[in-house]
Design a protein around this ligand. Structure first.
Ligand SMILES: [Zn+2]
Length: 244
C-alpha cells in the first residue's frame, strides 16, 4: 500500500502539522465492517460533540479558534448509528411512496439526494459533523444551502470554515462542484480527514453492495446490484478529492 502523509497535501496541512503534532493519517488502525456500517457501539467523546477522540480534540481546538473570531461552532449532527439511519430512510421511503404516491425507484432517488442508505453514512464513523454558527438565530431548517451564501445567516461561518477548517483537519465532503455527482452540495458537512480517509479506504475495500442488498427494511427490497454500484460510485466516492 502506498503510504501517504498529510505533509504532501497542501501548505495548510503543513501548517496544521506544525500546530498539531498528531495530525497524521492513522492508517494502521483496522475497522470492522460492523463498525464502518454503524452497527457497533464505539467510544464517543464530548457532550453535544459525540466524535472519536482525535476528531473530538481537533474539533475543540477549532471551536476555540472560531470563538475568537465571533463564531460559535455548534454541531447539529455527528455520530449516527445504523438503526437511526434506517429509521430516517424508512420514514422518507414510506412518506414518498404511501403519502406522495411515488414509484419506489423514484422515491429512493429522491431520498439519496440528501440522505444515505443505512450502513453507508459517513456519520456512522464518528468523524463527520453537520455544523453551524450557534450565535445566529435562524428560522426553520438550518441545513439548507441558501443560508450559507448571499446574505444568508451563515455566510460568515462559511467564510471562516473555508479559511480555517482544514488547518484542524476538517474538510468539506459534498462540495459545490458542478461536475460532482451523488449527494448535493452540503456547506455544513465536514469530515475529520486524518481518521475518515483511512476509514473510507477500508470501507471501499469491503463488498458493500452485496451486504446492503441483503438488508431487510422498507424500501430495501427495491435495491438492485446495478443501483447500489452506481450509488457507491457517485454518493460514496464522488466527494471532495482531498478526502479520497
Ligand atoms: Zn451530514
Amino acid at each position: 500500500m502506498q503510504r501517504r502523509t498529510f505533509i504532501n497535501r497542501s501548505s495548510t496541512a503543513a501548517l496544521a502539522l506544525a500546530l498539531a503534532p498528531n495530525f497524521f493519517i492513522q492508517e494502521d488502525t483496522e475497522y470492522s465492517i460492523l463498525e464502518l456500517m454503524g452497527k457497533e457501539d464505539i467510544k464517543l467523546y464530548g457532550k453535544g460533540i459525540n466524535l472519536r477522540k482525535e476528531a473530538h480534540d481537533a474539533f475543540l481546538e477549532m471551536k476555540k479558534a472560531a470563538y475568537k473570531d465571533g463564531i460559535d461552532l455548534k454541531i447539529v449532527s455527528s455520530f449516527r448509528n445504523y438503526d437511526r439511519q434506517e429509521a430516517i430512510f424508512e420514514r422518507k421511503f414510506l412518506k414518498y411512496t404511501d403519502v406522495d404516491g411515488m414509484e419506489p425507484a423514484d422515491a429512493i432517488d429522491k431520498i439519496i439526494e440528501y440522505s444515505t442508505i443505512p450502513g453507508t453514512s459517513r456519520h456512522h464513523w464518528g468523524t463527520d459533523i453537520d455544523v453551524v454558527d450557534g450565535y445566529r438565530k435562524v428560522d426553520g431548517d438550518v441545513l439548507v444551502p441558501h443560508k450559507y451564501e448571499g446574505d444568508g445567516p451563515y455566510v460568515d461561518f462559511k467564510k471562516w470554515m473555508d479559511e480555517n477548517s482544514e488547518t484542524y483537519g476538517f474538510y468539506l465532503v459534498y462540495t459545490n462542484e458542478a461536475k460532482r455527482k451523488g449527494f448535493k452540495y452540503e456547506p455544513w458537512h465536514y469530515s475529520y480527514a486524518p481518521l475518515s480517509i483511512p476509514m473510507l479506504e477500508q470501507f471501499r475495500g469491503k463488498n458493500i453492495a452485496s451486504i446492503i442488498i441483503r438488508e431487510d427494511y422498507y424500501g430495501a427490497e427495491h435495491f438492485t446490484m446495478n443501483f447500489l454500484k452506481s450509488y457507491i460510485q457517485n454518493n460514496i466516492l464522488d466527494i471532495n478529492r482531498d478526502l479520497l
